[in-house]
Design a protein around this ligand. Structure first.
Ligand SMILES: C[S@@+](CC[C@H](N)C(=O)[O-])C[C@H]1O[C@@H](n2cnc3c(N)ncnc32)[C@H](O)[C@@H]1O
Length: 229
């Protein structure tokens, strides 16, 4: 996986994620802002940070000083470093997942992860790392639509396998169990409850049979997990 030139089959599709995922990112940040005082946040770690677009958006919005990303694809790590080096930061640290240990214990105020858990086999181990790096008052927000309770998952799973990925079937209740097993308090909600759904059928890499399924995906099955120490 690390040798892929991009996550999607073309670099252009990867770059398009910034527009495609903006709705999800905005919902995630708005919920975080409602949930806690983000003015005290200095360090953010994004698991599956891709080309650093979400980290860059947050850094500007919340005036962050320390940014961390975990990303297995070498070219995306490089893209993230290039993009984020333009910000004036105290720390910029973008690491392969096998270098989690380079993030110090109790050093991160907030962990984010947008649609990554289906690519992770050992979710309990990931949560152990998250619990380790969070400060005592820290929080992690993780979104996931690709899970076994989403009726679209079996079709989308096939698409991802066709793209060459190994993917994992995680049930939302198991995500909560993994959090509990490492001593994190967990909560969940749908990421979105309303708002425009941008969908161009001919351009959709992940097929959706009808509008009812599309609405269920956006307003019901795309979940946001909150994990606290
Ligand atoms: C669907 S993309 C989502 C990218 C980004 N979070 C976003 O919101 O656009 C999944 C990302 O997770 C990365 N990834 C895959 N396995 C991972 C792992 N074990 N740890 C961290 N990131 C991983 C992929 O390379 C890819 O960049």
């Amino acid at each position: 996986m690390t040798d892929r030139p991009s996550f999607f089959p073309t670099v252009g599709e990867d770059q398009a994620q910034e527009v495609a995922n903006a709705t999800f990112w905005e919902s995630l940040l708005a919920i975080a802002e409602e949930d806690r005082d983000v003015r005290s946040i200095e360090s953010v770690l994004d698991v599956g940070c891709h080309n650093g677009a979400l980290l860059g958006r947050i850094a500007k919005r919340w005036n962050l000083r320390r940014l961390y990303g975990i990303e297995p694809i070498t070219s995306l790590r490089q893209a993230a470093i290039e993009r984020l080096s333009e910000l004036s930061l105290e720390t910029l640290c973008i690491l392969d997942p096998d270098r989690w240990n380079e993030v110090a214990d109790g050093s991160i105020d907030l962990v984010l992860s947008q649609e990554v858990l289906y690519l992770v086999e050992d979710v309990a181990e990931l949560f152990r790392q998250i619990a380790r790096v969070l400060v005592p008052t820290g929080v992690a927000y993780l979104t996931l639509g690709c899970h076994t309770e989403n009726p679209l998952w079996p079709r989308w799973r096939e698409v991802l396998v066709g793209m060459g990925f190994t993917v994992y079937d995680h049930a939302p209740m198991d995500i909560l169990r993994h959090a509990e097993s490492v001593g994190l308090w967990s909560a969940l909600r749908p990421l979105r409850r309303d708002g425009w759904i941008i969908h161009t059928p001919s351009a959709a890499r992940f097929p959706v049979p009808d509008v009812a399924a599309l609405m269920d995906h956006h307003y019901r099955h795309k979940l946001l997990f909150r994990l606290e120490k």
